[in-house]
Design a binder for this molecule. Structure first.
Ligand code: NAP
Length: 544
């Protein structure tokens, strides 16, 4: 039951921003710099976005800390000290809180405020956002900084309400500590969230049973304390380090490759794979330049990863179950783990393959698959999110003539640059579908979009313009370009959340833009420099 008090007052701003994660926080900061009034609305109780909600044991970033942070303020990046190569969730949340305090952001953020609808009022050239308490907020511009993975997939299993023990979703983890000591625990799912939490839960539980529908590829993180020499080296010339990330393939200082797997000898393939495996993380994903579009080359890497799984897991039958065989390497989001495979060598951990024997129901004391029953004290659902379009369509967004975005995107997203939607003027989608977003370092993607949007708002202000809207033709061209770029990769060969395959009934469009991040940035910059080519711009005074 919603016990919040109804609130019907309407407040007006230049910019209304949904989401107080890294995108929304930076957008607010930029608006202030432009002299625009702005408000941020977020359902959470504090800043942090994804890091506010995903508090499950073992949650941490899979991009190096020195890359996964804001670059826009040199004092900020110099003063903040990361403790590990890959930051744990709590430290990233501390960082978000530090930024909020340092830039005095919280005074313009309304927490515990869930936006349920956003409608464009054509007569007034304003967006009106309504919250679950009935409060209304108006703004000439609306920035959707809602995140790509912020709408958890609800466990939709028969009998869940009758389960006698506690159950959790990794993406909605409680704020208080959860102690599994002495408990029989079941984990459903083997994506990134599961792969991070399973080794931690196994250390506490008396017994842990993992239910796997599809095995995922995972590479070792080799996490550890951040090397002080490395930190010093980066901080000595942070601007150059950031500039490299900005124009790179994926928005971070990873080691790219210009070497085709076909051109490399068998010895060279092997030594390069071993070398990159020893570095760990996403470095493995770029071992060869053609790993993402050539099945033969991809298979070399997949076979190597299988070999590593078999080395790490003692029981050959369990190792075999853990080897992904139905999708090419990296076509489902690659996982980066700490002792994931070794966890299956523990006496108290069992892997159950549910590919051919799905979960049929949750029982009062556990769960039942079509081939057996299992007893648990607690269940953890690590079953992922309605990604990318989900967080946007969860809000009833209506553009010109009241057109629902839900209707427009029924067959899949349509946007111009993944930033704007024709028929939805003055609305920006930060790291939206059809932008590089989830295929890059999200921090770089967020900064690039926020800077583009704020430059655009500055341009509109300077030129006395109050409306910007993607032209239908530029949107169509961008949609087509997205399809072409996506279809030239191996991504469509996997039933991943990139194509909405994890959500029953969701359209099967490939959602992120698979092009080069630096090239995408260049294109966005060129479009802006060309007086916002492909957009309709209009002058006029917004209604008071
Ligand atoms: P996910 O990758 O979508 O994994 C969900 C898992 O649950 C999959 O194994 C899926 O199986 C399984 N599943 C879903 N519904 C099921 C059902 N009804 N019955 C049985 N199994 C079911 O979700 P996630 O692990 O939360 O990760 C989502 C994304 O968040 C990641 O890919 C990554 O981008 C991001 N993330 C990042 C980090 C990090 O930075 N380190 C950590 C966590 C998450 P199928 O594969 O068969 O669908």
């Amino acid at each position: 039951m919603n016990d919040k008090k109804p609130d019907t007052a309407c407040q007006a701003f230049d910019v209304v921003i949904i989401g107080a994660g890294f995108a929304g926080m930076y957008m607010l900061h930029k608006c202030r710099g432009l002299g625009l009034s702005a408000i941020v609305l977020d359902a959470a109780g504090d800043v942090g976005g994804t890091w506010y909600w995903n508090r499950y044991p073992g949650a941490r970033c899979d991009i190096d800390s020195l890359d996964y942070s804001y670059s826009f303020d040199d004092d900020l990046q110099q003063e903040w000290k990361w403790s590990e190569r890959y930051s744990p969730q709590a430290e990233i949340l501390d960082y978000a809180a530090h930024v909020a305090k340092r830039f005095d952001l919280r005074r313009d953020i309304r927490f515990d405020t869930l936006v349920v609808s956003a409608s464009f009022d054509e007569a007034a050239t304003q967006w009106e956002l309504v919250t679950d308490t009935g409060a209304a907020f108006r703004g000439t511009w609306c920035v959707m900084a809602v995140g790509c993975l912020s709408l958890p997939q609800k466990p939709d299993f028969d009998g869940l309400d009758d389960f006698r023990g506690p159950w959790y979703h990794t993406g909605l983890w409680p704020h208080e500590a959860v102690d599994f000591t002495g408990m029989k625990v079941g984990v459903v799912g083997t994506g990134s969230s599961a792969i991070q939490s399973i080794p931690q839960i196994a250390k506490q539980a008396s017994h842990l049973t993992v239910f796997q529908r599809t095995p995922n590829f995972s590479v070792p993180a080799w996490n550890g304390p951040l090397d002080p020499e490395r930190e010093q080296e980066v901080k000595a010339d942070y601007a150059v380090f950031r500039e490299c990330a900005r124009w790179s393939q994926s928005g971070y200082n990873g080691e790219e490759s210009h070497e085709s797997g076909h051109e490399a000898s068998a010895n060279r393939q092997r030594s390069e794979l071993e070398r990159r495996w020893a570095v760990g993380g996403f470095t493995v994903l770029s071992t060869f330049s053609d790993i993402g579009n050539d099945l033969e080359v991809n298979k070399i890497v997949a076979d190597f990863a299988h070999e590593k799984i078999r080395e790490r897991v003692n029981d050959p039958a369990v190792a075999d179950l853990l080897c992904p065989k139905n999708h090419p390497f990296g076509t489902k989001r690659l996982c980066v783990d700490i002792d994931y495979y070794e966890t299956y060598n523990r006496e108290n951990v069992t892997l159950v393959d549910i590919k051919d024997a799905p979960i049929e129901r949750i029982t009062p004391t556990g769960l039942a698959t079509s081939s057996g029953s299992y007893e648990f004290d607690a269940i953890v659902f690590a079953i992922g999110f309605d990604a990318m379009t989900g967080p946007l369509l969860n809000i009833d967004i209506r553009g010109r003539a009241g057109e629902p975005l839900r209707d427009k995107w029924e067959e899949g997203p349509q946007s111009y640059l993944g930033l704007t939607v024709a028929g939805f003027p003055n609305m920006f989608t930060v790291t939206g579908p059809q932008s590089p977003s989830v295929l890059t370092n999200m921090m770089s993607a967020v900064e690039q979009h926020i800077e583009w949007i704020s430059d655009c708002l500055g341009y509109l202000k300077e030129n006395g313009l109050t409306l910007i809207e993607a032209e239908g033709t530029s949107e169509n061209d961008w949609v087509r370009h997205n399809e072409e770029v996506g279809n030239a990769t191996l991504y469509p060969l996997a039933n991943s959340w990139y194509v909405g395959a994890n959500i029953p009934g969701k359209s099967s469009a490939f959602m992120p833009y698979a092009g080069h991040f630096g090239e995408y940035r260049k294109l966005c910059d060129e479009i802006a420099a060309d007086d916002y080519r492909g957009f309709k711009l209009e002058a006029g005074e917004p209604a008071a």
